[in-house]
Design a binder for this molecule. Structure first.
Ligand SMILES: [Ca+2]
Length: 212
């Protein structure tokens, strides 16, 4: 049986078009890290800017959070002590002039080798508090441990009361066993000792009542 065209067949075409203009793509200048420890000393490297492969780039800071940073070639260097409580993050603006010797120049001087690109990029640098552990460093500690950090950024873990260990692995102290070490049993008159956190409790035998 053929299609006589009645009723008319409805056809829906969905077209997804992605329009891109390679001339407007930003060269991927990146900063290799955007977090810095509050304890980094002045003169220390916060991070390093990286241009496209094959491209050479020169950088200058346009916006610099009251002179917190300086540039040494492609390195972002700390210029002032950081204070997490006063400024947990810093916004900077970077002027980048990139020269890619392998890109065909299509605009300024057709025919000349290489392409120069000027752009302004913004970055936010996040300060990590030296005294508070980040969630990543917290994970190093046992769930029953407190995390702290020293000025050099080292993570310290200390077992909570009632637990023993090195802080990275903490085990519940058996208070019943500790109490058994004395002259009398932990629980009197045949009571059953139940270990708790930093304590033990006694379940009395049926014919007795009381704490122990
Ligand atoms: Ca215990």
């Amino acid at each position: 049986m053929g299609d006589n065209g009645n009723p008319p067949t409805e056809v829906t075409l969905v077209l997804n078009l992605t329009v891109s203009d390679p001339g407007n793509q930003l060269p991927p200048v990146t900063l290799d890290t955007t977090t810095v420890s509050e304890s980094l000393e002045v003169g220390g490297v916060v991070g390093t800017f990286r241009a496209r492969p094959n491209a050479s780039a020169t950088y200058s800071l346009l916006k610099n959070s009251s002179g917190t940073f300086s540039l040494q070639s492609s390195h972002l260097v700390l210029n002032k002590e950081l204070n997490y409580a006063e400024a947990p993050s810093h916004d900077i603006a970077l002027a980048v002039t990139e020269f890619d010797p392998e890109a065909p120049d299509t605009e300024v001087e057709p025919g000349s080798p290489g392409e120069t690109t000027d752009q302004v990029l913004t970055f936010t640098i996040f300060v990590q508090s030296a005294s508070n552990c980040s969630s990543e460093s917290e994970e190093l500690c046992d769930p029953h441990a407190e995390c702290s950090m020293s000025d050099d950024g080292a993570v310290h873990c200390a077992c909570a009361p009632g637990f023993s260990g090195d802080g990275f692995v903490c085990e519940d102290v058996d208070e019943c066993a500790a109490a058994e070490g004395g002259d009398e049993p932990a629980c009197l008159n045949g009571g059953t000792c139940v270990d708790g956190i930093s304590a033990f409790t006694c379940e009395c035998a049926p014919e007795f009542s009381g704490e122990r």
